[in-house]
Design a protein around this ligand. Structure first.
Ligand SMILES: Cc1cc2nc3c(=O)[nH]c(=O)nc-3n(C[C@H](O)[C@H](O)[C@H](O)COP(=O)(O)OP(=O)(O)OC[C@H]3O[C@@H](n4cnc5c(N)ncnc54)[C@H](O)[C@@H]3O)c2cc1C
Length: 338
């Protein structure tokens, strides 16, 4: 494997931030990665496993080693009358995998269409959209441990999935590299059309008996109307997580802000819409330097042209402070800050 130095990371992050990596390695096969980790390589203090760079903000140059996961492959490992299990290499593009599934009329990932990034990163924050989370189709996750280069497989239960969270964001952060993911997909099932305008748009299109590909097409079109395309305007999707608070706190907040959208959770907590809170602070479209809050979606921060990561972070901190002062709610970034 070839180690490159002073590698530009600008093409590898969807914010389009200019930053360099002191050391960079493109990983195209797992045995080579294992050999590398087992070798006597000069281990840097800092390591970053990089996928599509769509959930990252570089606030400066990265002074360590970037391992860029580019290994490819989709392999069916078992099949019966109900469904299939498929192993997908970490470097596959997530949205290409969704298309692979919908083209075969497989059920399970259609609501997660058009989420940027790699398959290997999908379990890290348990990607979710339109009422679905990737944890529900993951059977197991294959990893290589950075410390010894050994392969380890974690069952879905061992991954500790939660809202935008998993063991890979917590205990295994900086310790495990996801090399492939095994998904279980169904040959038939109930489609989730209850979220947002999905059902409305299906009706407008005259679709009464939708297939996974129809759901994916509808959601792709809704998303592209709402979210800025990173190829045109640098961004990393939702910058903040939706805050989750206690029932009593939510009731009190709702009494003073009757329009507050609240989603009760099975564990008794209540999820709030971070975008609504930001919008109420009149920050939609707000610009600070070369960073801005998107004018159609307050949860998305954008690179308005030549922004530094520092500028985006300054805007994020301004939003956190303003929302805290107005609502007493502390927003947490969903994006990984480096
Ligand atoms: C326009 C837009 C829309 C988005 N919409 C959504 C959405 O609807 N729902 C949602 O959940 N997210 C959304 N996102 C966020 C993002 O797409 C996901 O978090 C995605 O899974 C990130 O994948 P990535 O490969 O780009 O990860 P990266 O940004 O490269 O990395 C993200 C984190 O995962 C770690 N990581 C990456 N690959 C691996 C690996 N193989 N092994 C171990 N750790 C790894 C990195 O170290 C980093 O900590 C959106 C982003 C954009 C730009």
């Amino acid at each position: 494997m070839q180690i490159e130095t002073s590698k530009s990371l600008q093409p590898f992050n969807t914010f389009g931030i200019r930053a360099t990596a002191a050391y960079y390695v493109a990983i195209e096969d797992v045995p080579a990665l294992q050999l590398f980790l087992k070798s006597d390589y000069p281990e840097p203090d800092n390591m970053l496993v990089l996928g599509g760079g769509s959930n990252l903000l570089f606030t400066g140059d990265f002074d360590g080693l970037v391992l860029h996961m580019l290994n490819k492959g989709i392999e069916i490992i078992s099949e019966d009358e109900n469904g299939i299990e498929v192993r997908v290499q970490a470097g596959e593009v997530w949205d290409d995998f969704v298309t692979w599934c919908t083209e075969r009329n497989l059920y399970g990932v259609e609501n997660l269409v058009a989420i940027p990034g790699s398959v290997g990163a999908a379990p890290v924050q348990n990607i979710g959209a339109y009422g679905a989370e990737v944890k529900d189709v993951i059977a197991s996750v294959d990893t290589v441990t950075i410390e010894d280069g050994d392969l380890r497989t974690l069952t879905a239960a061992a991954c500790g999935f939660g809202y935008r969270s998993s063991i890979f964001k917590r205990e295994l952060r900086g310790r495990a590299i996801i090399t492939s993911v095994v998904f279980r997909l169904q040959k038939s099932g109930v489609l989730n059309t209850g979220y947002g305008d999905v059902q409305k748009m299906l009706s407008e299109r005259g679709i009464t008996d939708p297939r996974p590909a129809d759901i994916a097409a509808v959601i792709r079109s809704i998303r592209s109307a709402k979210l800025p395309d990173p190829a045109i305007t640098g961004n990393a999707g939702s910058f903040f997580k939706n805050p989750v608070i206690g029932e009593v706190e939510a009731k009190a907040l709702r009494a003073s802000h009757p329009g507050l959208p609240c989603w009760p959770q099975p564990d008794g907590t209540v999820k709030l819409a971070a975008g609504w809170l930001i919008e109420q602070c009149r920050l939609k479209g707000f610009r600070m330097g070369n960073a801005a809050v998107h004018d159609r979606q307050a949860l998305v921060l954008v690179n308005a042209g030549g922004a530094t990561g520092y500028e985006v972070m300054a805007l994020a901190n301004h939003i956190i402070k303003t929302v805290w002062l107005q609502f007493g709610i502390r927003l947490e970034p969903e994006v990984n800050i480096l």
